[in-house]
Design a protein around this ligand. Structure first.
Ligand code: FAD
Length: 388
């Protein structure tokens, strides 16, 4: 049994702590604030395999299969529901691009198909069909509750023996050669240290700071935080817009009916680089911008009151694909998940735990594609298709 430190109590860190504990490892999980307080509790709940490249399609196909079994495995309701994703095309060129994406997704067993607007209207009764030519529809895409999911993973991790500490900030790493030997942390104003056999940097937007503690350059894995926002309406009757509905040509604007209370979550790719890692203040400009799109997608939303608005980070690498792998002999990274860390967590956590514990993983994760050293080599991947 090895002692493995996981830095970051978002969905990636907590799910990996669980997977490591399941493999019989001794896990210490550090979260400087409260669990979920980074991007995880600010996400839009979406889970999809509709990507536009082989690596992300395969990873998400596997992740969705894991999501399908997760409630049973964790013994908890996590609000998982396969209500689908519907992408909408506004031009013939986009329809052609959808066809090409669908072909690629079908090749790897993702059952997306092109649908007409009559079928789209049956799936999303409040949809304005007029601006759209066709839809890419995958009924297996899904949503889940980020709060319930994180706490279900956390509870099982603790039951399996993980020592999960919140309000405990990692403030330093001790390194001998290419090995991290100890983690220094501060809790209740006191700094202590624990000897470790391996460390995972799962701090997402804070990743460069942790890498620096390991003696690596901050820009080795150049992740930047971009402010992304959501608004949510009062609850509507269920069944109005259950899938995530998105015309990518409209700044990636989307709506999705919250799986718990039926409010409509409205998002868009209207983003700004965050001024600091505390910059999570919502803006009036976003509210105006996103609602303009939302009522064009679903006109009845004109009459729905907004009851919440919030902001969080897309922690992005230059190609918007995460950095997943090994940085030093026993120092690993899973960070920079852009708008996809929640949906990818079950697959990434499993693969990462197996890599740390056994030195290799059977999970279908393309290590080459997500290699954290690709930026150093100047090798960018094709940009991962954005949106939640
Ligand atoms: P985080 O949740 O950010 O966790 C990192 C943690 O590390 C933080 O809690 C932080 O406090 C902690 N930390 C940092 N430094 C230290 C330290 N020194 N010591 C201890 N702890 C430390 N994804 C989807 O899959 N689907 C969606 O629909 C979706 N929608 C989104 C909508 C919005 C508006 C936003 C902002 C994001 C969305 N995302 C979505 C992205 C998703 O939320 C993230 O990719 C995911 O939550 C990342 O999880 P994580 O565990 O890597 O990071």
């Amino acid at each position: 049994m090895s002692r493995i430190a996981v830095i970051g109590g978002g969905i990636i860190g907590v799910a990996t702590a669980y997977e490591l504990a399941k493999l019989g490892e001794e896990v210490v999980l550090f979260e400087k604030n409260y669990f979920g307080s980074g991007s995880t509790f600010r996400c839009a709940t979406g889970i999809r395999a509709q990507f536009t490249d082989e690596a992300n399609i395969k990873l998400m196909k596997h992740s969705v299969e894991r999501w399908e079994r997760l409630e049973e495995e964790l013994g908890a309701d996590i609000g998982f529901n396969q209500t689908g994703y519907l992408f909408l095309a506004t031009s013939e060129e986009e329809v052609e691009a959808f066809r090409a994406n669908i072909k690629l997704q079908n090749r790897f067993g993702v059952p997306t198909r092109l649908i007409d607007m009559d079928e789209a209207k049956e799936i999303v009764p409040i949809l304005n069909t007029e601006p759209f030519l066709a839809g890419a529809w995958n009924p297996k895409d899904a949503k889940a509750n980020p709060f319930k999911t994180l706490f279900a993973y956390l509870r099982r991790a603790r039951e399996l023996g993980a020592d999960a500490r919140e309000h405990t900030e990692v403030v330093g790493l001790e390194r001998e050669g290419d090995t991290i030997t100890a983690v220094k942390f501060r809790s209740n104003g006191k700094v202590e240290s624990v000897k470790v056999d391996a460390v995972l940097n799962a701090s997402n937007a804070w990743e460069p700071l942790i890498n620096e503690m390991a003696g690596l350059r901050r820009d080795l894995v150049p992740i930047k935080a971009y402010k992304h926002q959501l608004v949510k309406t009062e609850p509507l009757e269920r069944g109005q817009a259950e899938p995530l509905v998105c015309p990518p040509a409209w700044e990636d604007a989307y709506i999705i009916q919250d799986g718990e209370d039926g409010g409509i979550i409205c998002g868009a790719g209207i983003e700004h680089e965050a001024k600091s890692l505390e910059d999570v203040e919502p803006t009036y400009d976003f509210l105006r911008g996103v609602l303009r799109y939302a009522v064009r997608i679903a006109p009845p939303l004109r009459y729905a009151h907004v009851v919440r608005q919030w902001a969080g980070f897309y922690a992005k690498t230059p190609d918007s694909n995460p950095a997943i792998g090994k940085l030093l002999d026993n120092f690993y990274i899973a960070a920079g998940f852009s708008g996809h860390g929640f949906m990818m967590a079950p697959a990434v956590a499993q693969a990462m735990a197996e890599l740390i514990s056994k030195g290799r993983s059977k999970a279908p994760l393309d290590w080459e594609w997500y290699d954290p050293y690709r930026f150093e080599r100047g090798e960018l991947r094709s940009s991962a298709f954005q949106i939640g």
